[in-house]
Design a protein around this ligand. Sequence first.
Ligand SMILES: Nc1ncnc2c1ncn2[C@@H]1O[C@H](COP(=O)(O)OP(=O)(O)OP(=O)(O)O)[C@@H](O)[C@H]1O
Length: 276
Amino acid sequence: MIKVQDLHYSYGRKPVFSGLSLDLQPGHIYGLLGKNGTGKSTLLRVISGLLFAQRGEVNVLGFNPVKRDPRFLRQVFMVPEEFYLPNTGIESYLLANAGFYPDFNRSQFDAYLKEFTIPAGQSLQEMSYGQKKKFLVSFGLACNTPVLLMDEPTNGLDIMSKSQFRKVMAGAVSDNKCILISTHQVKDLENLIDRITIIDEGNILFDQTVGNISSKLHFKISFDSDEVRSAIYRENSLKGSAVILINEAGEEGGLDLEMLYKAIVTNKDAVQSAFK
Ligand SMILES: Nc1ncnc2c1ncn2[C@@H]1O[C@H](COP(=O)(O)OP(=O)(O)OP(=O)(O)O)[C@@H](O)[C@H]1O
């Protein structure tokens, strides 16, 4: 559905990607993680056709995003990290924008606004940043595009809104939809994303499904010093050590995305050895 091959992209002389490849399928929510400045937003912009790859191939739904073909544009929606909303009410916004998306669903949109407790009569510019973000997420979801790109969608959302976001997103997954979410707020996406892609210095550092991670790695609190020593990642505290172990016994357990991320960044080889 989204295929990126040998992507090269530089801002002026500053390279961001020099050979990145990625293959994303429908029916999944992908979490795109990585340090600040590693190129997550750039990648989303390249996929959506807002930036043009200097080398390599980008194919989204059979289209080259660079061509900005209307048949492509109506199938892709991006919720950017920074955005501008016009000084209009919700109805005028819908009138001007919903028509570009053939599968836009008004009752779905209203249900999302209700879930996020966005007052219907308010002008978009009078909304707080968090309200604007929830409005845009609601609109993006209601467009029902097969490709949905979100850049830090939970930034600026309060605690209640983050759980509403998780609920709304869980209901939005479908077999024909590919959702790619770039985020640092990994806790907000726990139990939501089913594949984790970490990019670093222009390359894919880690790319695994949550199911595969859970079968290969075991996350637990341990009080056993031998076990702690054998862990591929550990965080000590007075209440025992939070560890990541190679899941040799095939134990079932949860996944702590934040710990996984830290483990990959600090001890990539040990984590990757579990997947060989
Ligand atoms: N408009 C621009 N002009 C020049 N350089 C840019 C521009 N936008 C981004 N960059 C640079 O490209 C690199 C990748 O930026 P990008 O915003 O894609 O990273 P990111 O992974 O999304 O970062 P963050 O996690 O901080 O949002 C950074 O080094 C950044 O400084």
